[in-house]
Design a protein around this ligand. Structure first.
Ligand code: 16C
Length: 257
């Protein structure tokens, strides 16, 4: 029973299908480049406080305030077997499935498509007592960042970034408080044995390393203790629930490299 011979090379996808003429092109490129730089360095030093440690998942925060508001940056790392970075990013980005895994949402809608890989979302989050309900308006882009050196087995990332925008002509009027966010999911897939070896690659051979970074400004008053308690509970819950969702969705599907 010989294994079928298959050489897997990640696809050399275009960097983004967004037109360089688009008014958000520059901003999106800059924001994404910044996230990749930080995720690659994984600069978690002793200025980051570990707030959740569960198996392969680690969640860190840094306490920070801006104009009296808690804006603690958050960073998490997780390693999950059996799924690829492309799959993780696909499900994190795809607005059609967001309600299936995102536990903090009341509603979500797509207001605009900038390109095949970039859209504008408007979402209303569940109310947290005793604060005013929050909403978010942001562009979200998925992107493959292939290894630049053709011959080297260097890093190859998939990334999704959710980044707030000030307005959009299709955005409904509301009395909610608008949060401001800069969130990124950066994933790297490794294979054991490496992809350069001959032989069939199954889900048992793949591992995805996830780096998740969130900078969220609550946009208006919220008691610091409530806010810190909410995110300390919600981020680990999200990482667990979302990665389990991706495993469930993909287990009987062909691997999306
Ligand atoms: O990245 C995640 N989800 C993306 C797609 O939705 C997107 C969202 C970012 C999170 C924005 C924060 C929303 C705050 C709303 C209020 C929290 C509701 C809690 C409901 C409890 C039943 O990028 C995954 C997000 C994971 C969860 C994040 C929770 C962060 C709370 C931050 C505190 C904000 C202030 C709220 C006022 C108390």
């Amino acid at each position: 029973n010989k294994l079928s011979i298959q050489k897997i090379k990640p696809p050399k996808a275009p960097k983004t299908s967004l037109s360089p003429k688009h008014k958000y092109y520059k901003e999106i490129n800059e924001v994404i480049a910044e996230h990749i730089k930080y995720a690659a360095k994984l600069d978690i030093d002793n200025t980051w406080e570990l707030i959740h440690d569960e198996g392969e998942m680690k969640v860190f925060k840094r306490e920070m305030e801006e104009d009296g508001m808690v804006v603690d940056p958050l960073k998490a790392v997780h390693t999950v077997k059996g799924i690829t970075g492309h799959e993780v990013c696909h499900y994190f980005w795809n607005p059609d499935v967001r309600m299936e895994w995102e536990g903090t949402l009341e509603s979500a809608q797509v207001l605009d498509w900038f390109s095949e890989d970039t859209c504008v979302c408007y979402q209303i989050h569940k109310k947290v007592w005793p604060t005013t309900q929050r909403e978010a308006l942001f562009w979200t882009q998925i992107r493959h960042v292939p290894n630049e050196d053709e011959d080297e087995d260097g890093p190859d990332y998939w990334i999704v970034c959710n980044y707030s925008i000030p307005d959009h002509d299709k955005c409904p009027a509301s009395k909610n408080v608008r949060i401001n966010m800069n969130v990124a999911m950066v994933c790297e897939t490794s294979m054991e044995p490496p992809s350069s070896h001959d032989g069939e690659i199954t889900r048992d051979h793949i591992t995805c390393r996830i780096t998740y970074a969130a900078n969220v400004n609550p946009g208006g008053w919220a008691p610091a203790s409530v806010l810190r308690a909410v995110y300390k509970r919600e981020y680990p819950k999200f990482l667990k629930r979302f990665t389990q969702y991706v495993m469930d969705q993909t287990k009987d599907k062909p691997i999306m490299f």
